[in-house]
Design a protein around this ligand. Structure first.
Ligand SMILES: [Mg+2]
Length: 228
């Protein structure tokens, strides 16, 4: 593996810079279900189906809510509500932090979440001064990954050449446009630990099981960075 041509390092945040075992994104997921349940005055099962339908069709639940004619949603109200979670289980991973700090060239966060959520997570991980910039869902004008126009906006805003940039993601579908635009791609594929994890539902399993053409498929980010 030779990453010597890489000049910019682009990281997804949730379930990429920390393990899904940390039970952080699953909290956001549950808050999205309860937001929809309250918003439409429906039960949790119905809300969950709407949530996943939006997620699959639009990239994020919020993008679906914003497009739904029957739903007037203030995006900031939604984002504040779903990111109000408990981060106390997050701890720095010294080996990972060191390997990210040692990468030559600017490092970026490219997330479908908010900047303040990213800042809170990075602080808990001890990575708050490592990244040059955070490109969040507001920077993306609420158009989430994997919409290709958002990648182009990211490259333009951050002055990054995709051909010499690498992207790290836990969600395969978000690497498809990255690859198309010339990035080197790394899929972090980990087992989802929680038995009750909603993504184990057969209906939604293709979110994770996509056989996407990533340049590297790994299960340990620190190990990968240390070996390159
Ligand atoms: Mg992620």
């Amino acid at each position: 593996m030779n990453l010597s041509s890489i000049k910019a390092w682009v990281f997804d945040l949730d379930n990429t810079l920390y393990e899904p075992e940390e039970d952080i994104f699953s909290q956001i997921d549950k808050k999205m279900t309860s937001f929809i349940s309250n918003h439409f005055n429906i039960n949790n099962d119905e809300a969950f189906d709407i949530q996943k339908d939006y997620f699959l069709r639009y990239g994020t639940t919020l993008a679906g809510l914003m497009d739904d004619k029957n739903s007037i949603v203030d995006p900031d109200e939604f984002l504040t509500y779903v990111h109000d979670i408990d981060l106390k289980s997050l701890k720095p991973n010294p080996q990972l932090n060191e390997s990210i700090e040692n990468l030559l060239g600017p490092k970026f966060i490219f997330t479908n979440g908010t900047k303040s959520h990213a800042e809170n997570v990075l602080k808990k991980l001890g990575l708050e001064s490592v990244f040059k910039s955070i490109f969040d869902i507001k920077s993306a004008q609420y158009i989430p990954k994997p919409n290709i126009e958002t990648y182009n906006l990211f490259f333009k805003t951050m002055d990054v050449d995709p051909k010499t940039a690498i992207m790290f993601e836990d969600m395969g579908r978000n690497l498809i446009p990255a690859k198309e635009l010339g990035m080197t791609t790394v899929l972090i594929k980990r087992e989802i630990p929680n038995q009750d994890n909603i993504f184990q539902d057969k209906k939604y399993s293709d979110i994770w099981d996509q056989d996407i053409p990533a340049d590297y498929t790994i299960d340990d980010l620190a190990k990968f960075l240390n070996n390159n």
